[in-house]
Design a protein around this ligand. Structure first.
Ligand SMILES: O=P(O)(O)OC[C@H]1O[C@](O)(COP(=O)(O)O)[C@@H](O)[C@@H]1O
Ligand SMILES: [Mg+2]
Ligand SMILES: [Mg+2]
Length: 331
């Protein structure tokens, strides 16, 4: 089933369907660029840096421009917040029904090694950007109307939720259309696989040290079974593995840069991925509280991200509460 047919079937919100189709089109255009590799200067670095102080890749900018153009053309979006721009880009259609927050290119460090990258999108209702300005983007993740990521791997995938389950579409490069290949994905509650950048271990809080040490002790330790580890340095690829075969993805707070709450951004990485994971039966927390319940206070704020298999996230929450000697939060 083609994406547009699926949308007409499951969603009565025509405006949202139009928006999702334009996200898909942006994905098709970005995929075409990526496939050209160095021929399109895909691995080139810019001299500019983004608001996070990160050197921008040429493709960070091109992906941003292609997505902004598609969202503007949809005529149902009032403005876009992007990882690659300090302030939201506001369109003429200021009263349009939706706002979008996006990470136009996720996993940029993988480009130079021809690795997997992606794009991440969060769709929010327009609560009055014409008067509120960028404050209108500071809505908790639970208010999202849709979330999606594009994965530019051996196949090009679009993974989507409109709040009724999480579904996978594969791009048919011959007809340039996305076809439904997996409906209502479910994440197993139990897992023996974790993803974390272990090079940061010495900076982690005791709760994280404890959890990872127990996983590494495996069958010889308290967990009584061996755990496997993966790290792709692309949130899209790590989360897609979890939606496909389970596991947990962990980018916890660390004291490498104590002022920084985490590495990943709440509005265009943590929130959309948390909605996709929770709609597939998984959970996501910042250590103590559900990420989707966090009230954002700035557009590019960072947050610790622990997401995936329910049982592991509940164990991690327990360890974090025990850490801070707070009465254990009960479910
Ligand atoms: O380089 P590290 O510390 O392992 O971090 C990898 C993480 O950073 C990211 O690349 C950040 O995203 P961007 O590439 O969009 O900035 C995530 O995709 C990934 O999970
Ligand atoms: Mg990213
Ligand atoms: Mg990015």
């Amino acid at each position: 089933m083609q994406l547009e047919v699926f949308l007409e079937k499951v969603s009565v919100n025509h405006g949202l369907n139009v928006l999702v189709s334009h996200l898909a089109q942006a994905g098709i255009e970005i995929a075409a660029l990526i496939r050209q590799g160095a021929l399109q200067g895909v691995t080139e670095k810019m001299t500019s840096t983004n608001v996070q102080g990160e050197t921008q890749m040429k493709l960070d900018i091109r992906s941003h421009e292609l997505a902004v153009a598609q969202l503007r053309a949809s005529a149902v979006v009032a403005g876009v917040l992007s990882e690659e721009e300090d302030h939201p880009v506001l369109f003429e259609t200021l009263d349009a029904p939706f706002l979008v927050s996006m990470d136009p290119l996720d996993g940029s460090s993988n480009l130079a090694i021809n690795g997997v990258v992606g794009s991440i999108f969060s769709v929010l209702p327009n609560i009055g950007v014409s008067t509120l300005g960028e404050q209108a983007f500071l809505q908790p993740g639970q208010d999202q109307r849709a979330a999606a990521y594009l994965m530019y791997g051996p196949a090009t995938l679009m993974v989507l939720t409109l709040g009724q389950g999480t579904h996978v579409f594969t791009l048919d490069h011959d007809s340039n259309t996305f076809m439904l290949t997996q409906q209502t994905v479910q994440i197993a509650e139990e897992t023996s696989e974790f993803a974390i950048n272990a090079s940061n271990q010495r900076y982690w809080a005791p709760a994280m040290q404890r959890y990872i040490n127990e996983c590494l002790q495996g069958a010889d330790g308290l967990r009584g079974r061996d755990f496997n580890m993966r790290w792709c340095a692309s949130m899209v690829m790590d989360v897609h593995r979890i939606l496909t075969r389970g596991g947990v993805f962990l980018y916890p707070h660390d004291c490498k840069q104590p002022v920084r709450a985490g590495r990943l951004r709440l509005l265009y990485e943590a929130n959309p991925m948390s909605l996709l994971v929770s709609q597939a039966g998984g959970e996501s927390i910042d250590g103590k509280q559900p990420i989707l319940a966090i009230q954002p206070d700035s557009c590019h704020q960072r947050v610790p991200v622990l997401l995936g298999a329910k049982q592991e996230i509940q164990r991690l929450r327990e360890y974090h509460w025990q850490d801070s000697d707070h009465p254990q939060a009960t479910d």
